[in-house]
Write a protein that binds this ligand. Sequence first.
Ligand SMILES: O=C(CO)[C@@H](O)[C@H](O)COP(=O)(O)O
Ligand SMILES: [Fe+2]
Length: 216
Amino acid sequence: MIQLSPSILAADFADLGRECRKVLDAGADMLHIDVMDGHFVPNISLGVPVLASLHKALPDAYYDVHLMISQPVRYAEAFVQAGASCITFHVEAVEDAAGAIKAIHALGVGAGVSIKPATPVEDILPILDQVEMVLVMSVEPGFGGQKFMPAAVDKIAALDAYRREHGLGFRISVDGGVNSQTGALCTAAGADILVAGSQVFAAADPAAAVAELRAL
Ligand SMILES: O=C(CO)[C@@H](O)[C@H](O)COP(=O)(O)O
Ligand SMILES: [Fe+2]
């Protein structure tokens, strides 16, 4: 079953709780929390206090935290304490990916690994038996509202083939420029989770956008 994880980066931060409740009521499966540090990516978004407030307002939601930061292991615990349900780090940000996964698991949450558009799937093959999720970036991380890069579809297909061949259970998520057209390409290639920011929160009718993407 395809799941939808709306990225709150495109939400109105002055009205965050209400906007998130609206997309969850409309059927969104989780909330995607984009954390940027102005170092790993050239932008700053939000941090621990925002997640903590959101978790307080919506304690039953599943929080899919995407860390686009240079020291993910250092900050993982604070995000888990604030309510993160799973933590995804970038393989490009760490020297010891297996160690990062272990550290995240020790906090009692699922671990995801993300790859930027220039990072080949081959770079993460040795750790795929240790993660719950792979997040394929279909835009350069750092900003919402960018155009989908079709090369992500081949990566999704390669990851799907690999997990079938090796009997692995990690889920494949795709993030960046996802709309009903690009999302359909991704689900056909094997994606299980669609992350969508502007397509959901900038839509005239976010509930309708959620329904359209989930129907894929
Ligand atoms: O991680 C990121 C960007 O770095 C994403 O989660 C974006 O926030 C998705 O936004 P859209 O491309 O769907 O507008
Ligand atoms: Fe993201």
